[in-house]
Each structure stands twice: as structure tokens, then as C-alpha cells.
Design a protein around this ligand. Structure first.
Ligand code: SAM
Length: 286
């Protein structure tokens, strides 16, 4: 076939399609972008966490397109099918129930597989609860740590909570309303009641509220309430100027140092200096 042939531009292999990762609202359906709607309308199919949730958006904006379910229970089966369709030239959108796919939602694994096949991924950005809570918290937002959901296993959870309590950066956590009281009490123990915190509930929805502005006040606010709805917590990092030695953290550090081979005396001396305490105050903790 010479270069002037009408078929000269035809490829033997079909070109790959594109995987669009599409952000959807975290509550208020009007928070969807025009571009997201165009993509949902025009791709070959939409892979969604729960087809019933995605249908709410599709119906509101009069979009009818093919939906397939893609979630943590079926991702092992669905990923190869999606990759095959993309390789056949179909373009596919992936959406989660709320917010950005891949942020504590299905999306991470498919992005990894698709990328490793050399297929293009384009993100159509949308709402994310973590960022929405952070920017409305009034807490430092130029550098922060996103922890997502904390582990449930005691030892892993304690480790991460301890890290959060010592961190100088703002931390964002997702938590279920059922476990919010427990989390606030864990934070009280490690950070003290004065640490600034905002509990953002039902962001972008009718009963949106921002509760705080410190751990004591948040605990007080939720004391006699039924806690329901979606919750994101933003915690201010520790400030060197208002560092108050926390006995339970120092005790944990002391145990860790002893476990690592230091004598009680040497570990106490080191931690006393670090925390501005007398050696005996640390020594007597255990
Ligand atoms: N992919 C989503 C995102 O981009 O934010 C997060 C999905 S994760 C499975 C769901 C968690 O996000 C909820 O348990 C809650 O912690 C947080 N979240 C979602 N919507 C929220 C809202 N409207 N207000 C506060 N937190 C919300």
C-alpha cells in the first residue's frame, strides 16, 4: 500500500481508548462539572461503584449511557475486561459513589493496571471530601497529610494516632459516624483537649456543619447526640511553641527505646532532655 492510498492511514491495530477518571459530587449534585457530564454522555461505557448511585446523576442530567458495576468486590474480574475494551479502542469513564475515584474508593487498582498497559488516563477533576474539609477548616492547608480511614487493628491504629499527635502538619482523616466518639477520645488522650480540630459533617449537603474548634469542644458537641452522616476530620499539627509534654506519649517512647536496647536510665535521660523534663519525671513513668 503506497502512502497516497486512501487506506494508508488505517492502522492494523485499533488505537487504544482512554480511561477517564471522573470526579462526581460528594453530596450536592450540582457540584458536577460540565466536562464530567460531557464525558459521561460520550464514552462507550461508565464503570461505576454502585449503578444506583450513578443513575441519580445520569437521570438528573438526562444522560443515558451503558453502566457497568466496578467495585472492590468485583475489581479482579472487571479490570481485565476494562483493559481489553480500552485496547479495542473504547473509551471508558470510571466514577465512584462520591468524590474522586481512587481516594479511598475504587480507582487506584484500575489506574495502575491501565497505566502499565501504556493506555492513557485523563482525570476530570471533581469534589473531594478531604480537600473540601481542609480548605473550609481555617487550618494550615498549604502542606498536609491525608490518612484516609485509620486502621481498625489496635496496634496499627495506635501507631498512626501517635504519629498524627506528633505531626507538625495538618492531618485529614475519614471516619464513620459510628466510630467518631472513639476517635475523638483517642485524639484527646494523645493530643490534649486544646488541639484545634474541625469535624466536617455532611459537606455540601443540606445539614452541613463544621464542629470544633478544639478536641474538647468537639467531644462536648457530640456528647448526647446521635451521630449520623458523612464525616471528615481535620486536625491541626502540633506547634512547637505550644508543645505540652504528653505523659502517655513519653511513656510509649520510653518503652520503645528500652525495647530497642537502651537502659532505663539512658532512655530517661534522652527523653527528659527532648521534652524539657527532669530525668526522674521520665524515669518514674514506668
Ligand atoms: N472518594 C471520596 C472523596 O473523594 O472524598 C471519598 C470516599 S470514602 C469511601 C467516603 C468517606 O469520605 C466518608 O466516610 C467520609 O469520611 C468522607 N466523605 C464523603 N462525603 C462526605 C461529605 N459530604 N462530608 C464529609 N465527609 C464526607
Amino acid at each position: 500500500m503506497n502512502n497516497n492510498s486512501p487506506l494508508s492511514h488505517r492502522k492494523e491495530e485499533p488505537e487504544n481508548g482512554i480511561l477517564y477518571i471522573v470526579g462526581t459530587p460528594i453530596g450536592n449534585l450540582n457540584d458536577i462539572s460540565q466536562r464530567a457530564l460531557n464525558i459521561l454522555r460520550n464514552v462507550s461505557l461508565v464503570a461505576c461503584e454502585d449503578t444506583r448511585q450513578t443513575k441519580k446523576i445520569m437521570n438528573k442530567f438526562n444522560i443515558s449511557n451503558k453502566l457497568i458495576s466496578f467495585n472492590k468486590h468485583n475489581s479482579l474480574i472487571k479490570i481485565p475486561i476494562i483493559v481489553r475494551d480500552l485496547k479495542e479502542g473504547k473509551s471508558i469513564a470510571i466514577v465512584s459513589d462520591a468524590g474522586m475515584p481512587g481516594i479511598c474508593d475504587p480507582g487506584e487498582d484500575i489506574a495502575k493496571s491501565v497505566k502499565s498497559e501504556g493506555i492513557d488516563i485523563i482525570c476530570v477533576p471533581g469534589a473531594c471530601a478531604a480537600i473540601t474539609a481542609l480548605v473550609s477548616s481555617g487550618l494550615p492547608s498549604s502542606s498536609f497529610i491525608f490518612e484516609g480511614f485509620l486502621p481498625k487493628k489496635k496496634i496499627d491504629r495506635e501507631k498512626i494516632l501517635l504519629e498524627i499527635s506528633k505531626n507538625e502538619k495538618t492531618t485529614i482523616i475519614y471516619e464513620s459516624p459510628k466510630r467518631l466518639r472513639k476517635l475523638l477520645n483517642e485524639l484527646l488522650e494523645l493530643c490534649g483537649g486544646e488541639r484545634e480540630i474541625i469535624v466536617a459533617r455532611e459537606l455540601t449537603k443540606k445539614f452541613e456543619e463544621h464542629v470544633g474548634n478544639n478536641i474538647n469542644k468537639a467531644i462536648e458537641f457530640f456528647r448526647d447526640k446521635d451521630i449520623i452522616g458523612e464525616i471528615t476530620i481535620v486536625i491541626r499539627g502540633i506547634r512547637k511553641s505550644d508543645f505540652i509534654p504528653n505523659k502517655s506519649i513519653i511513656k510509649k517512647d520510653l518503652t520503645d527505646l528500652i525495647d530497642a536496647g537502651l537502659s532505663l536510665s539512658a532512655a530517661s535521660k534522652y527523653l527528659a532532655k527532648k521534652n524539657g523534663l527532669k530525668k526522674s519525671e521520665v524515669y518514674n513513668l514506668i
